[in-house]
Design a protein around this ligand. Structure first.
Ligand code: ADP
Ligand code: MG
Length: 587
């Protein structure tokens, strides 16, 4: 193993160059880091630079890693996470020490919760003064802060360890249940000097970083037996199933067994929402009546009422997942199938001919009849609102829905409260991994980062439908989409507030209510500042023209959609999660 050839004689300065390497014979930790990333196949990095990682970003760009510089680390992290989700390789986020690290860590934590593979690489200050709490520049014990929030966290103190650290971070991000990994690289390590000939011997590619994990034969047989016994079976597809990129196999399994399916939000499009076996409009019926439910890469978490509530207590569950500790977490799982989804679905497909389904012949027709009624009611709702003035969410969606549905290859990013719920319900998806939203934590503030990550990772057009409040969290990074000339169209549903713009200040002072933003804000002008093509629309005809033009332009566009301040209700569909109803305090 190589050793550092020159040890700094005194404490390294906080700049990343405590020593000047004698080029070309010597290199720094920064060089090794850039090479190590490139060597494992990382071709894109999202981040925001400053001390001590600026020089590293230049080196990385020089050797051919695309660097996408953001205005806020959280958004760079959301981009990296989305990149990871779409490519099954780790998205990489680069941050500076202290606050930059913390800003980025929110995205790494969110990635971990959502099972997106990403690596946050952060420069950190020199160890000794941090450990003795001596008040150094941007001093923070970043590794220990990250440990509780990331899937794995490592610190690198010596340049010769960087290639190992990169390989381990890669493996930790993509193997098993994917997640966010933190890699802490100290300033002295980034600046430390090694002989190039020694450094070049260190690089290696991890072999089989996301190994397949085969389910046991017994587990597969048990699951199939239960499925065969079902009278009213159903399948729930989660974003783990979309992530696995085994679209054809999942389709085969569903079509061969003839089991109706219900997609979770980001699994929409894995099977077309309009497929005859889609039970997307019959969620409650599935929960109340299905006797056997097979979860494929979906967790029985709060988004599925944790298996309680409307769910029949008699429903038996089959769960296909890579993470054994997920099983039984909310209610007993009758048939767990632990393995990577490709291996598990392969094994189940192989044994399908050995079972005979015994579903009630009325089950699917009854779901289809219910879906037909509900879909007609939904269509009527859109039609009834199509010409409302001022526009409400449904008015805008009655314009956007048909246009997006006839452009199924556009990736849809979506966040907000009512904007999220209504768009998800209105817009049918036809292709896998074309819907990216605030997902498991239902957070706000993923929009611009995810839209940029999606555009870069896929090379496709992206439309981000954003509530005005949601947009506020990441709005400045619209400028990043502009600088990188990405085909991203941002559509802002401006109803002037969090939930809506009619909040009341109970103190009757001139201050706005806590939920009130600005119904008169001109978000299009913000887009103009960065050279985007912008539109301000107040009626459906204008919206139709603007939206059609924007998505066909292939450039970065922003459409400010003026809604009624009264459109939208508090917390959208999840108002039930609020503690108590509003209580007036009288002193
Ligand atoms: P949703 O919110 O769409 O229900 P979740 O993120 O809650 O999806 O669940 C995804 C599940 O998929 C997680 O439990 C995760 O462990 C699992 N998963 C992710 N990738 C794979 C894979 N390749 N094989 C098997 N399971 C996977
Ligand atoms: Mg709003």
């Amino acid at each position: 193993m190589a050793t550092t050839t020159a040890i700094p004689s005194k404490t390294p300065a906080q700049t990343a160059t405590p020593q000047t390497p004698a080029y070309p014979g010597q290199v720094t930790g920064m060089y090794i880091l850039a090479k190590a990333l490139k060597n494992v196949g990382i071709d894109t990095m999202y981040g925001l630079v400053g001390i001590p990682v600026t020089d590293f970003s230049y080196l990385a760009q020089e050797i051919g890693i695309r660097f996408v510089g953001f205005r806020h680390e959280q958004q760079a992290g959301m981009a990296a996470a989305t990149h990871g989700y779409l490519t099954k390789t780790p998205g990489v986020l680069l941050t500076v020490s202290s606050l930059g690290f913390l800003n980025g860590l929110t995205a790494t934590a969110n990635a971990t919760v959502n099972c997106y593979p990403m690596i946050q690489i952060s420069g950190s200050s020199e160890r000794a003064p941090i450990d003795l709490d001596q008040g150094n520049y941007e001093a923070l014990d970043q590794l220990n802060v990250a440990k509780g929030l990331a899937k794995a966290a490592y610190r690198v103190n010596r340049p010769q360890d960087i290639p190992t650290a990169v390989a381990r971070a890669y493996r930790a991000a993509v193997s098993g249940r994917p997640g966010g990994v933190y890699l802490d690289i100290t300033t002295p390590c980034l600046g430390a000097v090694m002989d190039k000939s020694e450094a070049d011997k260190l690089f290696f590619r991890p072999v089989d970083p996301a190994p397949s994990q085969h389910p046991s034969d017994q587990a597969v047989t048990r699951a199939l037996k239960l499925l065969a016994s079902a009278r009213r079976p159903a399948i729930i597809l989660g974003k783990g199933a979309a992530y696995a990129q085994i679209d054809d196999k999942i389709r085969q399994f569903i079509e061969k067994t003839g089991i109706p399916f219900l997609p979770m939000s980001m699994a929409k499009g894995l099977m077309p929402d309009t497929h005859p076996l889609s039970a997307i409009s019959c969620r409650s019926t599935v929960m109340e009546q299905a006797d056997v439910v097979m979860l494929i890469g979906a967790r029985l978490n709060w988004l599925l009422s944790r298996g309680q509530g409307k769910w029949s207590p008699d429903t038996k569950f089959i769960q296909l997942d890579i993470e054994p500790t997920e099983i039984d977490c909310n209610r007993p799982i009758a048939a767990p199938v632990i393995g990577d989804l490709e291996s598990s679905i392969d094994a189940m497909l192989a044994k399908l001919p050995t079972i005979k389904m015994s579903a009630d012949p009325q089950w699917i027709p009854s779901l289809q009849a219910e879906a037909k009624t509900k879909n007609a009611r939904f269509a009527q709702r859109l039609a009834d609102n199509a010409n409302t003035s001022p526009m409400n969410h449904w008015t805008a969606l009655s314009v956007i829905k048909p246009i997006l549905e006839s452009n199924p290859d556009i990736i849809l990013v979506n966040e907000g409260a009512n904007t999220l719920d209504d768009t998800r319900n209105a817009v049918n998806m036809a292709l896998p991994r074309h819907r990216i939203d605030c997902a498991t934590w239902a957070i706000m503030g993923m929009g611009m980062g995810s839209a940029i990550g999606a555009a870069i990772a896929s090379g496709k057009k992206v439309v981000a439908i954003e509530g005005d409040s949601a947009f506020g969290f990441s709005g400045m990074d619209f400028s990043t989409a502009c600088r990188f000339k990405l085909p991203v169209t941002v559509v802002i549903f401006n109803n002037g507030g969090i939930y809506n713009g009619i909040g009341e200040n109970l103190a009757k002072t001139p201050d706005p209510a806590p939920t009130t933003l600005d119904i008169n804000a001109r978000y299009d002008k913000l887009g103009e500042a960065f050279g985007a093509k912008t539109y301000y629309v107040t009626n459906p005809d204008q919206l139709k023209t603007a939206f059609t033009e924007a998505i066909s332009s292939g450039t970065t566009c922003l459409i400010d959609v003026q809604l009624d301040a009264a459109s939208g209700k508090e917390s959208g569909h999840i108002g039930y999660l609020n503690p108590e109803s509003l209580q007036h305090i009288t002193v």
